[in-house]
Design a protein. Sequence first.
Length: 227
Amino acid sequence: MLTPEYVDIYGGSLAVLEERLQFLTSLLSEDEIQRANRFHFPEHRRRFVVARGMLRELLGQYLNLDPMQVQFEYSSHGKPRIQGESSLKFNLSHSQDLVLYGFTLEREIGVDLEYLRPLENASQLAQRFFCPREYEVIRTLDLENQKKVFFKAWTAKEAYLKAIGAGISGGLDQVELELSLDEPVKLRSLPSPWSVISLHLHPDYADAVAIQGTDYQLRVCNNTKSA
């Protein structure tokens, strides 16, 4: 049962058998099918279908609804939410074959997940997209740690921007972090309390969840390690 003091996180694999894929496809709305069909590559289409189908299953459990009855509306930046008045907040992110979901009541939430692809220009990207103090931290590191810290910062920033409904268009350099190689990230100088947490669900991925407030208990259900 989800109550306001809890934040539920689910990590899972998008690699499913064909029978499971067909079932999840059957849960989607016509609009979601159209969105899936706009993907050029079949694997991208498949990942979208599985991620949205499993989202519907989870929302159906929280709302005590048939997953097909869940209806969405979208913010001006495309953040999905339950249609109408609902205290249930959620967010999702997927990358490669993993997906991450977050669910809360009466507090905003954002999640981000990124596959740790090879990245030899992390310092240059940080200089372009991040705040000056963050860039100064990253540029002093060796290449492997530059990549590690870059993705730690990127996921934290994007999770927060998704939580406030801005998305990446809100500007990564508008969110400044206290950033280091070994310490957890922290948001600097925000008007209201927020938490940003790196979950480390899978060694090949970076992830983060941004949660409005600090008075909550995190419950993590993770089945990504076999993916």
